[in-house]
Design a protein around this ligand. Structure first.
Ligand code: ASP
Length: 327
């Protein structure tokens, strides 16, 4: 009799354990999800994150709330994201800056971009454009001559040490062997406002932040950072074709969860990202913004790990060689 009871009790416990994990995942998300954007509102990471997570939230039936936690090249926001409870309610958007360059440039980085995070899905790759304040020479050779001749007087903007805009500028200054004073912002959203106002001379930033201001004539577009020109600006030459041979920087942006997030939640979020990125309206908008949408192969859960590792191997030595370090 008592052994019957024990057996039943054990079976009950086993059943409860077996059902516990799927039940938690099935209820997920039971409340809004915070998405940490480690740069200022209105910048490229913010805009891309909002476009995609708004659709993801609609599919999930819960709001995904973007929280902008800018500063120190994204390290403040990403550190917070790494330390969040791994329950699927605090996610982080990282990019080539926060999750690669920062390894090279910060001696005291408080997070490990690979081991502290689980990639959920890449959100898109965006080429960059070198833009300058109105009145600057637009042709690449003339612009390069301008920078070489006036480097002691010019200044360039970026979103903090290790940010995408800083990384691209490091490459630019190392290839042109120039040294120019920098101005750091919490994101290239506010930096672009200052460039339009003529507060500094140039910046290299993701195309999605710049197209409107270029088209409005508020900044001068000098060149594209990828080997291919942009379909949106077919007359704008690449830096590579204009003398900076081999210049090739494009910025991936990826949604991450903290390490230890239950697999069922990662799978759900990955599936929803796939669904959102398959929607024609979102695809059209992203394409207008020169965002290259990841393929379904790249969007497989976990597929991003290899790309991440390859980029760390490719970029960290180059950036260390080119850059100054931060604490
Ligand atoms: N992605 C940053 C932003 O959204 C800028 C950067 O990394 O350069 O402001």
């Amino acid at each position: 009799m008592s052994s019957m009871l024990t057996r039943r009790a054990v079976a009950g416990v086993l059943a409860a354990v077996a059902f516990a994990a799927p039940a938690a995942a099935q209820q997920y998300p039971a409340r809004p999800i915070t998405v940490i954007v480690p740069f200022a509102a209105g910048g490229p990471t913010d805009v891309l994150a909002r476009l995609v997570t708004q659709r993801m939230g609609a599919i999930l039936g819960q709001t995904m709330v973007v929280e902008n936690v800018g500063g120190a090249g994204g390290t403040i926001g990403v550190t917070r994201g790494a330390r969040a409870a791994p329950d699927g309610y605090v996610l982080t958007v990282g990019h080539l800056g926060t999750h690669v360059s920062n390894i090279a440039l910060y001696r005291q980085l408080q997070y490990n971009p690979q081991t502290d995070f689980e990639p959920i899905a890449p959100l898109g790759v965006n080429p960059m454009i070198l833009v300058a304040k109105r009145g600057a020479p637009a042709a690449v050779p003339a612009f390069l001559a301008h920078v070489r001749q006036n480097q002691a007087r010019l200044s360039y903007g970026h979103a903090g040490i290790g940010s995408a805009s800083h990384t691209a500028a490091l490459m630019f200054h190392s290839m042109t062997q120039t040294k120019v004073q920098d101005v750091a912002y919490r994101g290239t959203g506010p930096a672009l406002n200052d460039l339009v106002a003529g507060q500094f001379d140039y910046m290299i930033d993701q195309a999605l932040n710049l197209l409107e201001q270029i088209q409005a004539g508020n900044v001068v577009a000098v060149g594209v950072t990828t080997p291919q020109r942009l379909p949106q600006l077919p007359n704008l030459p690449t830096l590579a074709e204009s003398g900076l041979t081999g210049f090739d920087v494009a910025i991936w942006n990826t949604l991450f969860a903290p390490k230890g997030t239950p697999p069922a939640i990662l799978e759900r979020l990955n599936q929803v990202a796939n669904q959102a990125l398959a929607e024609p309206a979102l695809r059209t908008r992203l394409t207008e913004l020169a965002v290259q949408i990841p393929s379904s192969d790249e969007l497989r859960l976990g597929a991003f790990r290899d790309k991440h590792a390859a980029d760390i191997a490719r970029w960290v030595p180059v950036i260390r060689e080119a850059g100054a370090t931060a604490e």
